[in-house]
Design a protein around this ligand. Structure first.
Ligand SMILES: [Zn+2]
Ligand SMILES: [Zn+2]
Length: 395
């Protein structure tokens, strides 16, 4: 349906915009300038800029447009429809092809569609990813070699170098699966992301801080948000589990020092108890066991439901912007205090990092109105179960 349009200009500040309006040229809307509250005068009517006509047509196909204002690609459409989530997703795809982004918000019980011109997707240089990947293979090999040559893992048949390779391979596979989980979810929902940036960390026990993927285009729906957050930890966990099981089976039950350094993930402790009948704190590990241990800890750290962490994305699919921001701050403070109380200072560091990194609330998906459906609720449940299974228990 064609809606009448008029271009208004403020007499005081010069601000102008197009509005759905049947007023004639010269008519005045008293005090309606959205910028300064001055009088808004109709300076043109009936003529629609091409951009406005395009988005209006796409939106009008699936929503009833009750009102709109529009200026240089930025529009605010007051709309109604019976099934907002479906209508949104189809409209999102239609306007995306024409170079627009669209978001859906609820304000005072009214449904608004906000449009803007899509910024060009940043080009990223894959050389950086490759260099970081190679560097991380290097630092994990170094860690594996150090662990082996300092008798912190069991000695393989072929010496330190084979131990280094086993450790690096297992850890990189877990982290790689984690990152591929994110990438697959991004492909599924047509979200542009970079390739993973692995973080080399020349620490003799660990070798890496995991990896990150940068999201380059907005995430359209809560479904996409939940899947993009959860699929990484789920896939990483699914690989960490057999590697850990195998690693524990190949370890010696006693005589090791390594596991006293960090708190033990719950599932690791359970597998150890299942295999040896006691808490595996003195395990003399096969390199796979230590790689699995780190993989499980990394999974847990990522699943903390704060800010833009993987778990943050998942939980933002369920909570509102304000609720989630409150949760983020609460978690940050809790970790700081817990770390100080227990003397586990990395926990305090992590809490500080959460507060510093996620000062601004998680914007959520473009459709911030629809509720999650059954399938994604299951994914949220699975992520929660993994979070609990990976929970580090301090001794
Ligand atoms: Zn004005
Ligand atoms: Zn992740």
């Amino acid at each position: 349906m064609e809606h009448p349009v008029a271009k208004y200009r403020c007499e005081r500040c010069g601000y102008d915009e197009y509005r759905m309006s049947a007023r004639e040229v010269g008519e005045i809307a008293l005090g309606e300038c959205p910028r300064c509250g001055g009088d808004f005068q109709v300076v043109e009517c009936g003529k629609k800029p091409k951009e406005l006509a395009e988005v209006e047509e796409a939106i009008g196909k699936r929503f009833e447009i009750l009102d709109f204002s529009f200026r240089r690609g930025r529009g605010d459409f007051l709309v109604e429809t019976r099934d907002p989530s479906r209508a949104f997703l189809k409209t999102f795809r239609a306007v995306k092809k024409r170079g627009f982004l669209i978001a859906m918000r609820e304000r005072e019980g009214e449904l608004h569609l906000l449009t803007t011109k899509a910024p060009p997707v940043e080009k990223s240089n894959i050389a950086t990813n490759i260099v970081l990947l190679l560097a991380t293979i290097g630092t994990t090999l170094f860690a594996g070699f150090y662990l082996s040559s300092h008798n912190l893992v069991i000695q393989g048949a072929w010496g330190h170098f084979s131990n280094a390779i086993l450790f690096s391979l297992a850890l990189m596979a877990i982290l790689g699966a984690h990152e591929m989980g994110h990438k697959i979810a991004a492909w599924r929902h047509d979200v542009a992301t970079t390739w993973p940036y692995f973080i080399p960390f020349p620490h003799p026990y660990i070798g890496t801080f995991g990896a990150v993927i940068k999201v380059k285009s907005p995430i359209p729906t809560k479904e996409a948000l939940v899947e993009m957050g959860a699929c990484g930890p789920i896939l990483g966990f699914l690989l960490a589990l057999p590697i850990t099981t195998m690693g524990i089976a190949l370890s010696e039950p006693l005589g090791g020092e390594l596991f006293k350094v960090l708190p033990t993930p719950l599932i690791f402790a359970l597998l150890g108890i299942f295999k040896f009948g006691h808490f595996p704190s003195a395990l003399n590990p096969h390199p796979f066991a230590w790689a699995g241990f780190i993989g499980l800890l990394v999974t847990w750290l990522n699943l903390i439901p704060a800010g833009q962490l993987d778990g943050g994305h998942v939980v933002r699919g369920v909570l509102s912007k304000e609720q989630h921001h409150r949760l983020t701050r609460t978690l940050g403070f809790t970790f700081i205090v817990l770390g100080l109380l227990t003397g586990i200072l990395p926990l305090t560091m992590w809490g500080l990092l959460i507060l510093l990194l996620f000062g601004t609330p998680h914007g959520g998906a473009l459709d911030d109105v629809s509720k999650l459906r059954g399938r994604q609720k299951i994914i949220v449940g699975v992520a929660l179960a993994i979070f609990i299974l990976c929970l580090p228990i301090p001794l």
